[in-house]
Design a protein around this ligand. Structure first.
Ligand SMILES: [Zn+2]
Length: 285
């Protein structure tokens, strides 16, 4: 969050199922600042875990404006297309109206400093990151994490995101950055190391579409289990037949029966330590 004369700004608003946590954190900061209201939300991209608090926060803070990357507008108009990975990936998000757009190259004032919006297509083709050359800080969203980046789809589905993500890493490498505030995980300082780890991961994925496909469906299932908390084991085959990303990826890449795919997916999520079996239920670990 940032504080300016014009008011308080939040960059990205989390996943809607965790809005109570988001509200508690936002309110704690506002209280500390002696501000009564949140005045602006800026979104880096439009995945559900970055925009999920928008509608609720705007209701709680009337007059709070929402700004989205300009290239995300068609997807927001065409809400819940498969590429948004919303219902297609068993995620939920309340739709919202935006008041403003941010263009690549645009400069913004945040916390009294000048920040540049930089286009980082790949994980999300309309995504932006924000860089302060003076502070040498990068708000990297899902374009770069300490050990990786937000998924890109297999090239057999669409080759453009992976190529775009590669170009994004090259663009990011030109920036002078001492501190990164990523979309997931704690802040970190080893920018060059993170870029080299992320690039190595991308090239390993570029050479192996199956590796990408496995990583996407595992990641989506673990995320759904995290917000659902629990699922009856007996329901998993019907679940993977119903949810688009599992149905389609299984048909295109894995070619298993719903039951075999469900068994494999559950085993992978258990192996990753992210779910556990509890009697007839699968629970988030
Ligand atoms: Zn994302």
């Amino acid at each position: 969050m940032f504080r300016d004369r014009e008011g308080a700004t939040l960059v990205d608003s989390g996943y809607g199922k965790f809005n109570d946590v988001t509200f508690a954190q936002v309110n704690a900061v506002l209280e500390k600042w002696g501000n009564s209201s949140l005045d602006r939300i800026i979104n880096t991209h439009i995945h559900s875990d970055h925009i999920g608090g928008n509608a609720d926060l705007q209701r709680a803070h009337p007059g709070c404006s929402i700004a989205v990357p300009v290239d995300e507008q068609p997807a927001l108009v065409n809400w819940d297309a498969p590429e948004q990975m919303l219902s297609y990936a068993d995620q939920e998000c309340e739709r919202f109206a935006w008041d403003d757009v941010i263009e690549p190259g645009q400069q913004m004032q945040l916390g009294g400093e000048s920040w540049h919006a930089i286009a980082t297509p790949g994980h999300d083709m309309g995504s932006l990151v924000f860089h302060s050359p003076k502070l040498r800080v990068l708000i990297s969203a899902d374009a770069l994490w300490e050990s990786g980046y937000g998924f890109v789809p297999p090239q057999a589905i669409d080759p453009k995101p992976l190529a775009a993500q590669r170009a994004t890493f090259n663009r990011l490498a030109e920036l002078d950055v001492a501190l990164v505030i990523p979309g997931h995980g704690p802040m970190f300082t080893d920018y060059a190391g993170a870029l080299s780890r992320a690039s190595a991961k991308l090239e390993a994925f570029a050479a192996d579409d199956m590796k990408i496909a496995k990583s996407v469906v595992k990641g989506m299932f673990i995320y759904s289990m995290m917000w659902r908390g629990e699922m009856a084991l007996a329901d998993v085959p019907a679940y993977v037949a119903r949810i688009g990303v599992h149905r389609d990826y299984n048909a295109q890449f894995f070619r298993m029966s719903d039951e075999a795919y469900a068994d494999w997916l559950v085993a992978e999520a258990i192996r990753a330590g992210r779910v556990r079996v509890d009697g007839a239920s699968l629970r988030s670990a």
